[in-house]
Unconditional design. Structure first.
Length: 76
């Protein structure tokens, strides 16, 4: 995963190249699966979060109570 400084520069093409999917997240309130198939959320190694949906890639400041996915990616 790129550093937190690089996350804001990612495009949807980059997301596809990394093989990240629109997996949704586990809701902090009750642990239910939310946004599956419409948005993807991942943690970076720096603790920043990366979110995306059709047309948007964004950095987030979500707390650890949200069940975002983690993917191990080798630096290119």
């Amino acid at each position: 995963m790129p550093s937190s400084g690089d996350l804001s520069a990612l495009t949807l093409t980059d997301i596809a190249t990394l093989g990240l999917t629109m997996n949704g997240y586990l809701a902090a309130l009750d642990g239910s699966l939310a946004s599956s198939g419409t948005s993807g959320y991942y943690w970076s190694s720096s603790g920043s979060s990366l979110g995306f949906s059709s047309g948007y890639v964004y950095m987030g400041a979500y707390g650890p109570a949200y069940g975002f996915s983690v993917r191990c990616l080798q630096d290119l």
